[in-house]
Write a protein that binds this ligand. Structure first.
Ligand code: GLU
Length: 356
């Protein structure tokens, strides 16, 4: 018997997709809620072969119409959280997402969450949620490099794989994940490595966690760092996050950018240094002065892989600097924002950078 899909759109962008198959209603399937935020997966353009398109032009219900097969693996509910290109992602949406996911996963009605998201800042949202979602249930981010109207759009298969992962028992307790182009990546390690390639996501330091191929899941490794249910960070009562800026390192640098962000009110600065997190001498003076004013300084690196190690060419103990270990600058910024909601002690913040 043919399957039958009825879509009921209700106000506030919330909808359900009830389903009946040859074996009857799919009540025994896991329940997965899709939280849509926008991005290329929801993008539309005028041409199947043009690169011009608008992110976040298509709502989650339309996206799901392209993948009716998801109704065979889960009972799907959807909510539209935002509809933006992820270059517009901000603290308010992160806090809203974390709060909503915590509410959903605390209930027996929801077994997992999928977040559709632009790829530009997907790694940042994934890591933020990895630190702020308090549940073992799977949370999976997914997007697309080609818009929904493009030839060979990658969104539908990515979405199918993401729902399979969010509905699976294997994914329980693994932390927040990104499911793109058959790879299962951990939120802490994943990064966008190419501006346009569908195989853009990689985990340069430690590799991906596993693979998802036509919905079939295989895990090969786990992150040993604390996440989700083990996290000490609570954001439910927060309206915003402390300001942290990133300053890029290069030859013949100045201290102008460090001074500017301190004057603008930054509570923390992440320096994306050269090599093992090294600053140019004048920039180093700016960072030392920032520290003197109580601004936290994280030494991270502009190098795409490797660790920033304590007290190598910079006397971190003397200046009260914290090293990022193997977190890239954009993820160091997220951990520092959350750390600053709890403490301003650099030793305590360094502990967090070694634990999360
Ligand atoms: N700027 C878009 C975004 O991040 C394009 C990237 C994408 O989704 O692939 O939303």
């Amino acid at each position: 018997m043919k399957h039958f899909v009825a879509m009921i759109c209700v106000s506030m962008g919330i909808f359900v997709l009830p389903m009946m198959t040859g074996t009857g209603f799919a009540e025994n399937l896991p329940s997965v809620t899709i939280l849509a935020t926008g991005g290329t997966i929801a993008g539309a353009g005028d041409s199947q072969v043009g690169s011009a398109y608008k992110s976040g032009a298509v709502t989650v219900d339309i996206l799901l119409q392209a993948v009716p097969e998801v109704n065979k693996i889960a009972q799907i509910k959807g909510e539209q959280i935002s509809n933006i290109g992820s270059q517009e992602m901000n603290n308010k949406i992160w806090l809203k997402l974390a709060k909503r996911i915590n509410e959903l996963l605390a209930s027996d009605e929801c077994d997992g969450v999928v977040i559709t998201h632009g790829t530009d800042t997907m790694e940042e949202t994934a890591y933020f949620l990895n630190l702020t979602v308090r549940s073992k249930k799977p949370v999976v981010l997914v997007g697309a490099m080609r818009s929904s109207t493009s030839m060979s759009a990658d969104g539908p298969m990515n979405l199918y794989n993401a729902v399979s992962l969010a509905a699976s028992q294997e994914a329980v307790g693994k932390g927040v994940m990104v499911a793109m182009n058959e790879k299962i990546s951990g939120a802490r390690d994943v990064t966008k490595t190419n501006t346009t390639d569908v195989a853009t996501f990689g985990s340069p330091n430690f590799g991906s966690l596993g693979r998802v191929f036509y919905g079939k899941i295989r895990f090969y490794r786990e992150s040993s760092r604390k996440h989700t249910f083990q996290s000490e960070f609570k954001t439910d009562a927060l309206e915003d996050l402390p300001r942290v800026d990133i300053v890029y390192g290069y030859a013949n640098n100045t201290r102008a950018m460090v001074d500017a962000v301190v004057t603008a009110g930054a509570k923390g600065v992440v320096h994306a240094g050269v090599g093992n997190g090294n600053p140019y001498p004048e920039t180093m003076e700016g960072l030392a002065d920032a520290r003197g004013k109580g601004v936290q300084v994280i030494r991270s690196t502009r190098v795409p892989s490797g660790r920033v190690t304590l007290d190598a060419e910079v006397d971190d103990a003397k200046y009260g600097f914290v090293v990022s270990d193997s977190l890239n600058p954009q993820k160091s910024r997220i951990l520092l924002m959350l750390a600053l909601t709890k403490t301003s002690d650099p030793k305590e913040i360094q502990r967090m950078f070694f634990e999360y």
